[in-house]
Write a protein that binds this ligand. Structure first.
Ligand SMILES: Nc1ncnc2c1ncn2[C@@H]1O[C@H](COP(=O)(O)OP(=O)(O)OP(=O)(O)O)[C@@H](O)[C@H]1O
Ligand SMILES: [Mg+2]
Length: 216
């Protein structure tokens, strides 16, 4: 059994009221996991906790064998730069740059090379010299996904990555994410409201009753 990419132990968190308590979770190489649940149930919060952005009230997150919230700032910085890929519904591209320049920033920082096949699969290879501001919303979304993949992360955290895409394009994005994790022996944690996307993952959990409940 290879080492887990990620292990979350006994995680509890609350803001004004308790969101979830004593959650255990792990992600293995090549594994994809979807988390579904009502709006406000804490899915994004859970994702932030697992991806270095929010220290939980209770519990430990072990990422590639290291306890996340015991790390120094420069170690966290390195994890974010090389190992963690984050895809949010609202993408953050540099507006004045072309699609290719946006992707180059990521590959330069991580020292990786862009896999051209990903651009083809996402059907954005012909858009590389267009300015971000000249692309449609869905095209920008796909450029930002290519940018995340181009740094070859060990884990992809995706929060409603296909929320503003049509069904067919959303399916393409799922193809690319699932192919990537198999090839790179990475993991995918996907938060989504779209059951059609969720059922393509190896496992589905629902965040409800303050717990992660496994769905058949
Ligand atoms: N920084 C914060 N400070 C206080 N409350 C917060 C903070 N972030 C989130 N919350 C609250 O925690 C709850 C869970 O929020 P979260 O964004 O995790 O939900 P979600 O399951 O991702 O919902 P959605 O499906 O709508 O995206 C919400 O009630 C939200 O208002
Ligand atoms: Mg959310």
């Amino acid at each position: 059994m290879p080492q887990s990419l990620l292990e979350a132990k006994n995680i509890s968190h609350s803001f004004d009221y308790p969101l979830f308590s004593h959650i255990n979770f792990s992600l293995e190489p090549t594994q994809s996991v979807a988390i579904v649940g009502r709006s406000g149930s804490g899915k994004s919060t859970f994702l932030h906790i697992l991806s270095t952005f929010l220290k939980p009230r209770e519990g430990e997150v072990v990422f590639l064998g290291k306890s996340l919230y015991a790390l120094r700032d420069n170690e966290i910085e390195a994890l974010r730069r090389y190992d963690i890929g984050i895809i949010f519904q609202f993408h953050y591209l540099f507006k004045g740059m072309s699609a290719l320049e946006n992707i180059s920033v990521a590959t330069m920082l991580s020292g990786e090379k862009l896999d051209e096949r990903i651009l083809k699969k996402l059907e954005i290879d012909h858009l590389m010299n267009h300015k971000t501001s000249e692309l449609s919303g869905g095209e920008q979304q796909r450029v930002s996904i290519a940018r995340v993949l181009s740094k070859k992360p060990r884990i992809i955290f995706a929060d409603e990555p296909t929320g503003n895409l049509d069904k067919e394009t959303a399916g393409l994005v799922m193809d690319v994410l699932l192919d990537y994790i198999k090839e790179a022996k990475a993991g995918l944690l996907l938060v989504t409201h779209d059951m059609q996307m969720a059922i393509r993952c190896d496992r589905i959990y629902a965040l409800e009753n303050r717990q992660l409940e496994s769905k058949p």
